[in-house]
Design a protein around this ligand. Structure first.
Ligand code: PHE
Length: 349
């Protein structure tokens, strides 16, 4: 019996040594410890052994069982370690390799202008409000006194989505929304910066551009308030010695309406290529809120008056930074954007 067990133990050792994976190890378990396994059968053979030999027999079987259990644990641990090491090897990261260079972003001139305009008006007690870019005809035109078939609708080449919805052509659409949301509540003092869309595309026009709208409604608001506000706006943004002039104009939602020019901040009004020799640069459209618009917005025009203005943010940025083509604003070329890192908006050079 001793000999047989020694033989079985050395055979078992050889088998363990040739195991290369978990499956083979588990197969070995079945072969020795399974229902019909070698050790199981030897164990149940004890019943046929004569009593005085039972103890010895049991010890021999236990030797084999212990050899199996020890071997099994040893090889299981070894295989598991090997698997972990293999995985680590496959997932190795060479930390000595140079990394991809991270590009640092840069604040977009469009955002620089928005921030400056917002800061300025917030300091004068205005709120900043947002409006939807996908607008309905009602807010973009009808509530702004553009009746159906109004010729002024043609002045803005519009992207219609369907009969009712369009991409807003002007932030003035926010005027009607603000009035509707506040009905009869005053004072209203808001600016609405955002994206606008028209079917235009050349060096100075983009199908997408930015505007900022201003709206003030209260009792006793006059044209003098509008003039004073816009003079402050122009001087703070473009420099204290900026001159401002008001020209009569037409917008369906304001009356009277005007366009506002500023003295050219490049040549100071002498005439240069930026102002095309005129000394003036057109800055914005403005006017007193039309009584029809007040009425449709829920304000009694006999009690309340207001003014509104709107200007192109890209235009402002282009003038400020001497950007020759509006399309640069929308190509996200880091080389273009980087140029403005050192710019201070109050720097007129
Ligand atoms: N919405 C007008 C435009 O896009 C500008 C404007 C705004 C005019 C507010 C008057 C009052 O041209």
């Amino acid at each position: 019996m001793q000999e047989k067990i020694d033989e079985l133990v050395s055979e078992l050792k050889e088998k363990f040594a040739s195991v290369t994976n978990m499956k083979e190890l588990n197969d070995l378990k079945v072969e020795y410890m399974g229902k019909k396994g070698i050790i199981t059968e030897l164990s149940s053979g004890i019943k046929d052994v004569v009593n005085e030999k039972k103890k010895e027999y049991g010890m021999h079987v236990n030797t084999l069982r212990t050899a199996f259990n020890d071997g099994f644990e040893t090889f299981k641990t070894r295989l598991e370690e090997e698997m972990v090491n293999q995985k680590l090897k496959e997932e190795t990261i060479d930390i000595s390799l140079p990394s991809d260079k991270l590009q640092r972003g840069s604040k977009h001139p469009f955002n620089r202008i928005i921030e400056e305009v917002e800061d300025l008006f917030v300091s004068m007690g205005y709120d900043v409000v947002d409006g939807p870019e996908l607008e309905d005809d009602e807010h973009c035109f009808r509530l702004l006194n553009y009746t159906v078939g109004h010729p002024a609708r043609d002045a803005q080449d519009t992207f219609y989505i369907d009969e009712e919805y369009l991409l807003r052509t002007q932030t003035s659409a926010s005027q009607s929304r603000v009035m509707q949301a506040n009905t009869e509540k005053t004072p209203i003092r808001v600016i609405c910066p955002g994206k606008t869309y028209r079917r235009d595309d050349d060096a100075t026009h983009s199908h997408q551009f930015g505007q900022v709208e201003g709206l003030v409604i209260d009792k006793n608001i006059s044209l003098a308030d509008l003039k004073g506000t816009l003079e402050i706006f122009a001087r703070r943004l473009l420099g204290e010695d900026t001159k401002v002039r008001f020209r009569p104009s037409y917008f369906p939602f304001t009356s009277p309406s005007c366009e506002v020019d500023v003295s050219c901040f490049k040549c100071g009004g002498k005439g240069c290529n930026l102002c095309k020799g005129t000394g003036w640069i057109e800055l914005l459209g403005a006017g007193m809120v039309h009584p029809n618009v007040l009425r449709m917005g829920g304000y009694d025009p006999d009690v309340f008056t207001g003014f509104a203005f709107g200007t192109g943010l890209d235009r402002l940025a282009m003038f400020k930074y001497a950007i020759p083509d509006i399309r640069y604003m929308y190509t996200n070329d880091i080389r273009f954007l980087k140029q403005f890192d050192a710019c201070d908006l109050s720097d007129k050079s």
